[in-house]
Design a protein around this ligand. Structure first.
Ligand code: F6R
Length: 240
């Protein structure tokens, strides 16, 4: 794992946007694996700025997101499809028909998982962007999710529900389930870029980088991937 230590969130966002932009410039038809959450927001802001300055275009880029809450569709402000449109897709020239997320509002979630998994198999990702959960999750693969797992309905851990409740009116409004890409599918990306900021993630960073490769820390599986870049700020790197 290549580790880039930076001072703070802003530097992490600068560096990650630089890496993603270099992929988009070199391979204008690339397929990206994208994430939501707070950590990647600064990266998306910088990519939007680069687009506005005419430095990059997403017109021929395709994307596949990691996950979506079960029960939430595009009409919900808390859905990840809404988040992606608001923070990246609709602020740039992404063609929405080339952007993909699991459909959280699908009538049959199991069928939706199979559909998304087949799409992923047919569309290898050039680079997968990841955040890290304070419990070591990647996507919504919580501790003890199998390393060989594909897209599935995941029960969110209590710590994840509480971490994510800041974006909902009340704790009870946070969905308990999500459709997530499985760890095996995350690992299929040619390269992986994982961003981590803040002292609350320091123990998860330690377990991911220096811990045993073990399903108790889903992100530790990344040690087995040949091309992972971790950008970590000083606070999150505190236990390395
Ligand atoms: C988001 C995702 C999650 C987040 C993780 C960190 O699509 O799959 O794994 O990356 O929960 O979230 P933040 O960045 O909000 O701390």
């Amino acid at each position: 794992m290549k580790i880039i230590k930076v001072k703070n969130y802003d530097e992490m966002s600068d560096k990650s946007a630089e890496i993603l932009a270099s992929v988009v410039k070199a391979e204008p038809h690339a397929t990206l694996g994208l994430a939501t959450g707070s950590t990647v927001l600064g990266t998306y802001d910088r990519l939007v700025e680069m687009y506005k300055r005419g430095e990059i275009s997403f017109a021929d880029i395709s994307s596949f997101n990691l996950d979506e809450y079960v029960g939430l569709g595009g009409d919900s402000d808390q859905s990840y499809v809404h988040y992606m449109r608001k923070h990246l897709f609709c602020r740039t020239d992404f063609d929405l028909k080339n952007t993909h997320l699991p459909d959280g509002a699908a009538e049959n979630a199991e069928e939706e998982c199979a559909r998304y998994s087949a799409l992923l198999a047919a569309n290898p990702r050039r680079i997968q962007l990841l955040g890290l959960g304070s419990d070591g999750h990647i996507g919504f693969n919580e501790p003890y999710s199998p390393f060989d797992g594909t897209t599935h309905v995941a029960e969110l851990a209590e710590s994840t529900i509480s971490d994510n409740s800041r974006l909902f009116e009340r704790l009870e409004a946070v969905p308990r389930k999500a459709i997530t890409m499985g760890i095996a599918e995350i690992m299929q990306a040619r390269s992986i870029l994982i961003l981590v900021s803040g002292a609350a993630k320091a123990e998860a960073v330690r377990a991911m980088v220096n811990g045993e490769v073990n399903e108790s820390c889903p992100a530790s599986g990344l040690q087995r991937h040949g091309d992972v870049t971790l950008i970590v700020d000083e606070a999150a790197a505190g236990l390395l």
